[in-house]
Write a protein that binds this ligand. Structure first.
Ligand code: LMR
Length: 342
């Protein structure tokens, strides 16, 4: 009889690993629900603050005590050059949160520096095929900085998290249509993970029917659905006095699964990816969310057949313009770019 060959260990690096999102995420990943029930894992946990090492040790101990059969190794540290060694995936959660009175440009600079350092470290030590998912805000521009500082890695392998926005949009549509969440498919949230994001109701389906045929209420789509989805994170943060952590972790797990498993026919997922050569005429050299489908094993493509009407085009352009302005603000962190223009 043939002996069952085990898959090689998959190395998953996580930054911001002592933070609240990681508290949820690491246990979901370790259970095998994202990378597969036959995929042995090594966790490489980074938190750049010296004082977080104790917390990282505590998390590692909790993971060990949970006896996850697939979790074979845990490494912790605060030096990305060491922690990212041979990483196959890098889930980058680490970022300084916005405080009252912090301007967006300041946040772009503070967090941009973190992603410049982490991009350089990935470039030096990660696996050549490493897939990178940036969650720390402003995530699109952080992902851009990371990508531009890691030229050895494939540009296609950089993502910024838009799945949280997609999940929020699916929730609102399902509630309005009074149908289960799973009925909502082909829903892309385009653009920047900011209030300019564009939840696309034109191409979305509910139980296989165009969402606009099921919910016949254009005013609701434009003036209720769209701002509710875009403002959802802020609304939760106001109530909880901190950013949503659990639903963010769930969305990260969903985003990873969407890349690891092939996408069902007639469906898509939202991911902010590099716009080089995109079929929608979006400005190149940005990290902008577009509808994607996956072949599995991390190989994905941009869906080419999304209809775009004038309303959608105008909104996507606004979000695209915001991304261009953000890129100008961080040009000092991008190799081969001019001085910051903001
Ligand atoms: C969210 O959308 O909930 C977060 O990205 C908000 C934030 O700034 O942490």
């Amino acid at each position: 009889p043939q002996r069952h060959e085990e898959k090689p260990i998959l190395r998953v690096a996580v930054s911001g690993a002592a933070g609240q999102i990681a508290q949820h995420l690491l246990f979901m990943l370790a259970s095998g629900g994202c990378f597969g029930m036959d995929q042995p894992l090594a966790f490489q946990l980074l938190d750049s603050k010296e004082e977080s090492l104790d917390s990282l040790e505590g998390i590692a101990m909790e993971l060990e005590d949970s006896l996850y059969p697939l979790l074979r190794e845990i490494k912790i540290g605060n030096n990305p050059q060491k922690v990212f060694q041979d990483a196959d995936w890098a889930l980058l959660l680490g970022a300084v949160p916005r405080k009252k009175g912090t301007h967006r440009a300041e946040l772009l600079d503070i967090n941009g520096r973190i992603y410049q350092e982490q991009g350089k470290a990935l470039n030096e030590v990660a696996s050549e095929d490493c897939k990178v998912l940036v969650v720390g805000n402003p995530c699109n521009t952080n992902a851009l900085i990371c990508m531009e500082n890691a030229p050895r890695l494939q540009r296609k392998n950089f993502h910024a998290l838009m799945r949280l926005d997609e999940n929020r949009a699916k929730c609102q549509l399902a509630l309005k249509a009074q149908r289960p969440y799973t009925c909502v498919t082909n829903l892309c949230v385009w653009g920047n993970h900011s209030t300019t994001q564009v939840p696309d109701f034109l191409n979305a389906c509910i139980a296989g029917e165009p969402a606009t045929d099921v919910v016949k209420d254009e005013h609701w789509f434009q003036h209720d659905f769209t701002p509710t989805v875009a403002g959802r994170g802020g609304e939760i943060a106001r109530r909880m006095e901190r950013s949503p952590a659990a639903s963010t972790a769930v969305a990260i797990a969903d985003a990873v699964k969407s890349l690891v498993d092939p996408t069902h026919e007639q469906d898509c997922f939202s991911s902010a990816v590099c716009t080089d050569g995109n079929p929608y005429g979006i400005h190149e050299g940005l990290i902008c969310s577009m509808p994607c489908w996956s072949e599995g094993d991390g190989v994905y493509h941009i869906c080419e057949d999304f209809a775009i009407d004038d309303w959608l085009r105008e909104r996507i352009l606004e979000s695209e313009d915001e991304l261009i302005r953000e890129r100008e603000c961080v040009s000092h962190l991008l190799p081969n770019a001019g001085p910051a223009a903001c």
